[in-house]
Design a binder for this molecule. Sequence first.
Ligand code: MG
Length: 315
Amino acid sequence: MSDEFSRIEEIKRRLLTDSNEVQITIGDDGAVLTPSDASQILSVDAQVEGIHFCRDFATWNDIGYRSFVAALSDLAAMGAQPRVALVSLILPIEFADNDLYCLIDGISEAATAYRSPVVGGNLSAGAQMSITTTVIGQSRKEALTRNGARPGDAIYLTGRVGRAALGLRCLQNDKEARGIDFVHCWRRPRARIAEGLKLARLASAAIDISDGLLQDLSHVCRASNVNAEINSDAIPLDETYCDLAKELGHYPLALALTGGEDYELLFTAPRDTPIEGLGTRIGRIVEGTGKVVVLDERKRVLTFKNAGYRHWQNK
Ligand SMILES: [Mg+2]
């Protein structure tokens, strides 16, 4: 195993890219950003082994990639263009060089794909492996926030939900080959940056779905002080997804509404807004105090055991 300084040199070599966004990049005590007159948007996300990922289910390359996308997804939800990122790694003492470089290559791949170079970070030893990614983005329009939803607005969803959660369940049940497309959604999620940039001038509120649609929508409802009504039959579900979810013992709709890590965007907009095919309408905002209600096709209220993922549950 290499010593700390040669590891850092190798990491630098793998991450170094030319970028107009910085005047000084990895290698000094700090990075220097190129001045910009746009609003700067900052966010940080930590992925911890055993909580957010498990090394049995993904390669280090995938783990690096998805940790970076998870952080960028918050910029997408704010309608921001990524600029640069900082990555802090905590590695167990015995963590092998080769695993570390696979992880860095996964991070580098996502950083290149989303044009958000890693310009600094930190490497430390610790009991539990974790990856903490700080992202900096910018917006020349007003940032998209959670608190602008108003009664009468329609609720939209980009893409489909439940697919990453189904992929994870396939892995947990030894059905990787059977559900490979869904496994891919979990291992290699996408951040909806391009959609977020367009929504910045269209949506009244937005959030990314990291912990489950119902839970993340409830954050929008509380921030906006409104209620949401979701039409269960408007949630886009395809046959392959429904068949496999049922086969694994899950109610497809419940998994779609409460499963996390799809990193799709949930947004609201006044009903007549031309949303240019950016999402599917799944419900509406009504007066209220922060609740989310799911209605079936006969307007009966459906209830779900959990709204989504939480690190801490009430006892
Ligand atoms: Mg978020």
